[in-house]
Write a protein that binds this ligand. Structure first.
Ligand code: ATP
Length: 328
């Protein structure tokens, strides 16, 4: 398609926040200024677009945000944007500011919204994968995933100290929604005894046998990583089931929860967000619409949003193999 002339770009963050969103906003805004564009912040995601919570940004708005977790534009979930009337209101507000194009930073839901909006109103949009879950295709890693894994590992290291001191068995639940990416990364990185993920069911009996073998080998601490959204239940449920088989074990449960969403972005997330923020603006200038910018093998790749949101990103089989070898 012939690129449209774009002068004003709106940036928003939507859905769950993730570390690196600020760095991505900052990179998009800086790149916009570099290409002599006017940049607008749309606050509180699509909800702010409907409420007309839209402000022109200058360089002061993006000073010292790169290193901060969260999103200074705030994020939200908007039920109204799911309705044609809500999207019409959002479109009218964009037009009132003369905004010609959008950079949408969020997860699959937020990108679905951008895709629909492009189809209905022809507003050029580029999505950036902003979610700790790493469950979007078209990018090796999503913005915030690396930081969330680092945060989980740091927390598990601390849990290991107490687990070792008391010969305890810990079940640690990590985030990731229906995907086991954080669990497998954090599990390998923290020498977990077992990793339970939604993608591969491990029967309780198998887990119990594994723990018994480790007990015979006199392992002084056992940490089992459980991905939220697992088919056998969360960490608390699994711990209950295991307790029935191993009544003498001192079993504890820790749910890491929202601390995995916060914190300063890692070096990798800063690089990823910065490259993708620039790629978003350059993509819009080149007429790449209705796509998500991602990084594959360190190179920017634009994938149609419709393709990126298909829930088919799979865990690397080699990760399973390595996890298995290292936990025996
Ligand atoms: P996370 O992965 O962190 O949950 P997300 O972007 O997937 O992030 P959602 O709550 O699914 O989070 O979506 C964010 C917002 O995007 C929704 O509140 C809604 O405003 C918009 N959205 C999601 N799906 C649609 C849809 N099918 N049509 C229109 N808008 C949508």
């Amino acid at each position: 398609m012939e690129p449209k002339t774009i002068k004003k770009i709106g940036v928003l963050t939507s859905g769950g926040d993730s570390p690196g969103m600020n760095a991505a906003i900052r990179a998009a805004v800086r790149a916009g200024f570099y290409y002599n564009l006017e940049m607008y912040g749309i606050y509180r995601g699509y909800e702010g677009m409907i409420q007309n919570d839209i402000k022109k940004l200058d360089s002061k708005n993006i000073t010292h945000v790169l290193e901060r977790g969260g999103t200074f534009l705030k994020s939200a979930r908007s039920a109204e944007f799911r309705t044609p009337e809500g999207r019409q209101k959002a479109y009218d507000n964009l037009k009132s500011h003369g905004i010609d194009a959008l950079v949408v930073i969020g997860g699959d839901g937020s990108l679905t919204g951008a895709h629909l909006f492009y189809k209905e109103f022809g507003v050029p949009a580029i999505g950036l994968p902003g979610t700790i879950d790493n469950d979007l295709s078209g990018t090796d890693s999503t913005i915030g995933f690396d930081t969330a894994c680092n945060t989980a590992i740091e927390a598990i290291d601390k849990i290991r100290d107490t687990a070792t001191s008391h010969d305890r068995l810990f079940f640690v639940e990590v985030m990731g929604r229906d995907a086991g990416f954080i669990a497998i990364n954090a599990g390998i990185g923290s020498a977990a005894a077992a990793i339970l993920i939604p993608e591969k069911k491990m029967p309780i009996e198998e887990l119990v046998d594994k723990l018994k073998v480790r007990s015979k080998a006199k392992k002084s601490s056992n940490i089992v990583i459980v991905a939220e959204g697992g088919k056998s239940g969360g960490a608390a449920e699994i711990a209950e089931k295991v307790k029935k088989f191993l009544p003498t074990y001192d079993i504890k449960v820790t749910i890491l929860g929202h601390l995995q969403r916060g914190g300063a972005p890692s070096s990798y997330d800063r690089l990823l967000s910065s490259k993708l923020g620039v790629a978003a603006i350059e993509g819009l200038i080149q007429g790449k619409y209705d796509v998500m910018a991602g990084l594959i093998n360190h190179k920017v790749v634009y994938t149609p949003i419709k393709r990126a949101i298909v829930d088919d990103k799979t865990l690397d089989e080699d990760d399973f193999r390595v996890a298995k070898i290292l936990s025996t």
